[in-house]
Design a protein around this ligand. Sequence first.
Ligand SMILES: [Zn+2]
Ligand SMILES: [Zn+2]
Length: 346
Amino acid sequence: MNSIVCPKCGKFIESLMGSLCKDCYIQKYDLAHLPHVIEVDICSKCGAMFDRGQWNDRKDIEEIIMEKIEKHLLIHDEAKNIEIEYDILKLSTNKYNVKVKLDATILGENLKQTIMTEVRVSFRSCDVCSRISGGYYEGIIQLRATNRLPTRKEKERSLSVTSEVLGAQYNKGDRFSFITDVQELKAGLDIYIGSSKAGRNVCKSIEEDLGGHFLESPSLYGQKDGKELYRITFSMRLPEFKAGDIVHVNDKLVLIRSVGKTVNVLDLSTGTRISLKLKELDNANLVGDINNSKSTVLVAKEDDMIMVLDPFNYRTITMKKPLHLEVDSGKEIDVIKFEDELFVLP
Ligand SMILES: [Zn+2]
Ligand SMILES: [Zn+2]
């Protein structure tokens, strides 16, 4: 028997919701509330958003608007199966009208509500962008090579490794993972970066890629909130030898194929591939590089022996066929001479 009376509409009901009947309850309490105006701070340079006292990752403006509205949206405690749809209308560069359509169930009743709000965007310069424009840096990577100058290729490779590592670190949340400046010097490159922690990872990646080693030296450059601030100089030294160099090491003449943590070389007299530790190149001597070779003719090839015309004295020399020789007799080959011996290049 319905014996309770709703104090608002006078209807007889079985039980009260709050202190009202279901209809009056739903009428009194909105499904959701949203302020008429919502303010957003966005960096005009990179699109980062300022929220709860800090700058956050850059995002698409519509994504930022939806995120901000979701934070301001007060939804009824009893609401279930909530669905929200946004209709964003751009009025000007810093003004958006947003229609928020809600669909939910409260106490078994399906309810729909549409709320309008205005999003106002203030453009500022975020912490990162203002530091970049102010030339801020925490680390310098000084790229140099041992007893030679770094090549153009090595400089380019190091720069792209730097961008890759900084980009990955930025995506992990280190917003100061950026390049402030790059200075090309005769001796190499000076790369100024925003985060010293990122600098260490950059150098480790260059080591993997091009070989070499690095040293860190911190220097005090100021104080902030009683904390000492350090800048770190990373002296990144590339190895003396690089891919394409022909060196004399362990009594062998080898062509360096790649240099990293290990060095892959080709033994020019036999054609076997060997991997060496970078340390083993400490006693190596540079003989030349692949560009110092001379062209000549492969006179004959028979089983595992070949005859080659020595381009320096025009005598025909017979030698063991190295594994890397793949051309037929009569064809041109490249050779290099070392200690009166001729070596065929691949
Ligand atoms: Zn009622
Ligand atoms: Zn910014």
